[in-house]
Design a protein. Structure first.
Length: 129
């Protein structure tokens, strides 16, 4: 798949996840096998807003043709998803979240590898849609 397709897929996954944490943070946290207090719910909502923002940015910029911008965006997603993979693995191993954490880690790793591979394939100039 091309980077624009990965941007679209990650955009939808991020926006759906973001809406879940924004609107129903308790249910989103139950899926992970954890509970929290009011402060944790507020943090979950901020997380949801941030994840939704990432998805929205990816969706709105997936048609950009500028190689410098695509390289910068792919680099940011690569690093962010690599860090999220580490966090998901660590928290799953620590028992903070349940075995669903492995699914989250795998998803972040898949996007990390996809954007990392796309980063290597971005050429100057980008002219194809």
């Amino acid at each position: 798949m091309k980077i624009r397709q990965w941007m679209g897929v990650k955009a939808w996954v991020s926006m759906i996840t973001g809406v879940g944490f924004l609107l129903v943070p308790v249910s989103a946290l139950v899926i992970l096998g954890t509970k929290t207090d009011a402060v944790g719910l507020a943090v979950a909502r901020f997380f949801g807003a941030s994840i939704f923002l990432i998805g929205l940015i990816l969706w709105m910029t997936r048609t950009v043709r500028d190689a410098h911008y695509l390289r910068a965006l792919a680099s940011a997603v690569f690093v962010g998803d690599a860090l999220a993979t580490i966090v998901a693995v660590r928290e799953t191993l620590a028992g903070t979240i349940n075995a669903f954490g492995w699914v989250i880690a795998a998803l972040y790793l898949a996007f990390c590898l996809a954007f990392g591979y796309s980063l290597l394939r971005i050429t100057e100039p980008v002219t194809t849609p």
